[in-house]
Design a protein around this ligand. Sequence first.
Ligand code: SF4
Ligand code: SF4
Length: 76
Amino acid sequence: MAKGRIVVDEGRCKGCRLCISVCPPEILVVSSRLNERGYLPVEVTDMDRCTGCSLCAVMCPDVCITVYRQVPARSR
Ligand code: SF4
Ligand code: SF4
């Protein structure tokens, strides 16, 4: 399975938790600190377990999550 990494735009996240509910490895949690809009943004607990599945990004209504996938090098 591809390994992934996500970046959450914490300033725009409204803490609705929709992304948390769909993450298969359950590595998304609500932060304990408020963002500038007064919401508790989402953060990742263990990026090493992110598979890059993109479910969180697809689910986010405000497009706050960018997913990066590690692509295996092509064999020659
Ligand atoms: S890309 Fe998939 S595994 Fe990674 S944080 Fe999002 S839902 Fe979870
Ligand atoms: S779905 Fe989007 S707005 Fe909602 S908590 Fe996740 S990143 Fe934040």
